[in-house]
Design a protein around this ligand. Structure first.
Ligand code: GSH
Length: 212
């Protein structure tokens, strides 16, 4: 049976759990509490030298990093797919580009805003909050543009949408109405929430994780 080492509030672990749910794969969840440093234990560092969750073990195969885990799951368990079909190279590239964009330019910025918003008012840096609102607003405007005439970011539902899902639905709690004046984003979010894999993913929270 597949084993997933994860910390439920981790957005990268959530990406993997959404794919596992989409593919109907059962797995044993091994919780690694990174707030208690469990990810720094030698036995965990032997699984992932970076000491980060998620890590997936399937029989003799150990894979870490959410993007690489999801590629592994797609290769090993291709049905139902979470990438456009082999041969649709341009769409596959588009899906991967969006996943990478979510991981580098959206998820961490939402994490920074979570940290800022969790501070008492007197300690919060309003300029930083404003900068983060502006940069996230630009990302959402871009997504709104890219979703024009499309149900999902890479035509069919894929890792592109999954990359954004973990942090998309906590924005409201941070004071950002993602779908306001962005009709394509609003419709996309509603479409995403229709999927049990996303609606039921555990750990969606606007509480910050130290260091993420
Ligand atoms: N690129 C990695 C990032 C994973 C990551 O940053 N995980 C965080 C929790 S959300 C972690 O384990 N942090 C602990 C640490 O870096 O010490 C992925 O996509 O899996």
């Amino acid at each position: 049976m597949i084993k997933l080492y994860d910390f439920l509030p981790c957005p990268f672990g959530q990406k993997v759990r959404i794919v596992l749910a989409e593919k109907g794969l059962s797995y044993e969840l091994v919780e690694v509490d990174i707030t208690k440093g469990e990810n720094r234990r030698p036995e965990f560092l032997r699984l992932n030298p970076y000491g980060r969750v998620p890590v997936l073990i399937d029989e003799d195969t150990t894979v870490y990093d959410s993007t690489i885990i999801n590629e592994y799951l797609e290769d090993e368990y291709p049905e139902p797919p979470v990438l456009p079909a082999v041969g649709s190279s341009a769409l596959r590239a588009r899906a991967r580009l969006f996943e990478d964009f979510a991981d580098t330019s959206f998820t961490p910025q939402v994490g920074q805003l979570m940290l800022e918003m969790a501070k008492p008012d007197a300690e919060r840096d309003p300029e930083r909050v404003q900068r983060l609102h502006q940069s996230l607003g630009r990302v959402l405007d871009y997504l709104n543009h890219e979703l024009q005439g499309q149900q999902f970011l890479a035509s069919e539902f894929s890792i592109a949408d999954i990359g954004f899902a973990p942090r998309l639905f906590v924005l409201q709690a941070l004071g950002i109405e993602a779908g306001q004046n962005r009709g394509n984003v609003e419709a996309w979010m509603n479409r995403l929430l229709e999927r049990p894999s996303i609606a039921n993913v555990k750990g969606l929270t606007a509480e910050p994780i130290a260091g993420v």
